[in-house]
Design a binder for this molecule. Structure first.
Ligand SMILES: Cc1cc2nc3c(=O)[nH]c(=O)nc-3n(C[C@H](O)[C@H](O)[C@H](O)COP(=O)(O)O)c2cc1C
Length: 222
């Protein structure tokens, strides 16, 4: 008998209804264009519009992807925070390049940013760490991110130990910033803004160049 619960992937289909996007509609500065789209996604009420897929080059040369949260954006680039001993960190240290992909399904929009990656300064990491809730700060100590661990109980025990070591005094510095924790910043070399259009005639505008030489915009076929 046919299993009704079995997903029929080929039948899943959405129509996109965005009006056409022309070069004259977008901001010549891709950072400003990103902020415009980000604000529209955020204001539409979707959860975690700052979630982005970070892809790095695996040590085995196979791409490696995971979601991280955008925590800062300035004229230099896009910052996120993580464990400097994690798999992603080893990959970035070996090949300091990455891509970031934002998917805003509700707007039928995707942005891909590619470029070099550098560490944020210790001061920047510290400022963000101290702004995190107590549980997250303890979690950063308890998680030896990407390491194989014996089980969940082991993790809970480590969390408990660090809560004892660094009790919650309600102050930003009651939990020190671990040496192995901090941020990375992706410095964009290119941006792609994709918007789903009617009849699969999607728009793709690619910015290349950089702030110093000026950004050039190309249209790519969907
Ligand atoms: C919505 C969401 C947000 C996340 N944000 C972060 C983040 O900001 N930093 C982080 O290190 N991991 C974050 N994670 C966990 C990562 O996806 C990943 O599992 C973890 O960083 C280990 O990745 P790695 O082994 O490739 O280094 C997030 C996961 C999800 C689903």
């Amino acid at each position: 008998m046919e299993d009704k619960a079995e997903p029929k992937f080929a039948e899943l289909r959405e129509d996109y209804i965005n009006p056409p996007m022309r070069k004259s509609d977008v901001n010549p500065d891709p950072f400003q264009q990103f902020k415009k789209w980000f604000t529209e996604a955020r204001d539409s009420g979707i959860r975690e519009p700052n979630a982005m897929t970070l892809s790095t080059l695996g040590l085995d040369q196979v791409p490696s992807s995971r979601t991280v949260l955008l925590k800062d954006l300035d004229q230099r680039g896009f910052s996120f925070f993580t464990n400097y001993n994690s798999r992603k960190a080893s990959e970035i240290e070996a090949h300091p390049v990455a891509s970031l992909l934002f998917l805003w399904k509700e707007q039928s929009r995707q942005v891909v940013v590619r470029g070099r990656v550098e560490k944020t300064s210790r001061a920047e990491s510290q400022i963000y760490f101290q702004a995190r809730p107590y549980d997250s700060r303890i979690g950063a100590w308890a998680s030896d991110q990407s390491a194989v661990i014996p089980g969940r109980d082991w993790l809970i025990e480590k969390d408990r130990e660090y809560r004892q070591q660094f009790p919650d005094k309600g102050t930003p510095d009651c939990v020190p910033v671990p040496d192995f924790w901090g941020g990375y910043r992706l410095l964009p070399a290119s941006f792609e803004f994709w918007q789903g259009g009617k009849g699969r005639l999607h728009d793709r505008l690619i910015y290349k160049g950089g702030a110093e030489n000026g950004w050039a915009i190309e249209r790519w076929s969907p």
